[in-house]
Design a protein around this ligand. Structure first.
Ligand code: DU
Ligand code: SF4
Length: 218
């Protein structure tokens, strides 16, 4: 089983009726600013360096971001904030991520999410989370990273479920949980809600990525 096989399986998945309907409806109705574009409207596969020792784990595709472009954190404000930081940390070849053909390459990092289809209100149900988690679990098995940067409490919880950690350590920015060779790093999500209000600043994100880089060298 390879990353390529996993990607083929993910992009054709229709396991969650509510999310299949939502991702396709958003792709049909679009946002006015993107009216001339063809939305991806399908499950989003992980991407990056297959030899990555650092995985960035998000929540789910954004309706007009990854659900439009087909690549995580690509084409939205969260992505602008994240890729600027990944570029400063040396994980991304460019500080922006606009489309799947923009030439962006990751080095030492892989970006994925707990859930692969855009959910209404960015909120998957527990059933949808559980249906999708096996994909991230397989991805982590195949990549065997040293660090997983969990963007937000949902991703933190998802990673702990995948690893079977109980009781679950609390999420926080800078939280760490070590499980063998792998360390989970808690990081506030780079959503506009956090970045516009100063809950997550560029130096805060830089610090977590620096820590991930350190763990990758161990
Ligand atoms: O065809 P390829 O060079 O393996 O690239 C496929 C895909 O993965 C492309 O979007 C670049 C990305 N990628 C990357 O970001 N970092 C790597 O080290 C290798 C591939
Ligand atoms: Fe499949 Fe995951 Fe999308 Fe559900 S959220 S349909 S499990 S890819």
């Amino acid at each position: 089983r390879s990353l390529a096989a996993l990607e083929r399986e993910v992009v054709s998945c229709r396991r969650c009726p509510r999310l299949v309907a939502w991702r396709e409806e958003v792709a049909r109705t679009k946002r006015a600013a993107y009216a001339s574009e063809t939305y991806w409207g399908r499950p989003v596969p992980g991407f990056g360096d297959p030899a990555a020792r650092v995985v960035i784990l998000g929540l789910a595709p954004a309706a007009h971001g990854a659900n439009r472009t087909g690549r995580f954190f690509t084409g939205d404000r969260s992505g602008d904030f994240l890729f600027a930081a990944l570029h400063r940390a040396g994980f991304a070849s460019m500080p922006t991520s606009r489309s799947t053909d923009d030439g962006l390459r990751l080095e030492g990092a892989w970006i994925t999410a707990a859930v692969r289809c855009a959910p209404p209100q960015n909120r998957p149900t527990p059933q949808e989370r559980d249906a999708c988690l096996p994909y991230a679990a397989r991805e982590l098995e195949l990549l065997a990273p040293r660090a997983v940067v969990c963007l937000g409490a949902f991703a933190w919880d998802a990673a702990l479920r995948i690893l079977g950690v109980r009781p679950k350590p609390r999420f926080g920015h800078g939280a760490e949980h070590r499980a063998g060779n792998l360390t989970l790093l808690g990081c506030y999500h780079p959503s506009q809600q956090n970045t516009f209000t100063g809950v997550l600043t560029p130096p805060m994100l830089d610090a977590v990525l620096l820590r991930a880089r350190e763990l990758a060298r161990e």
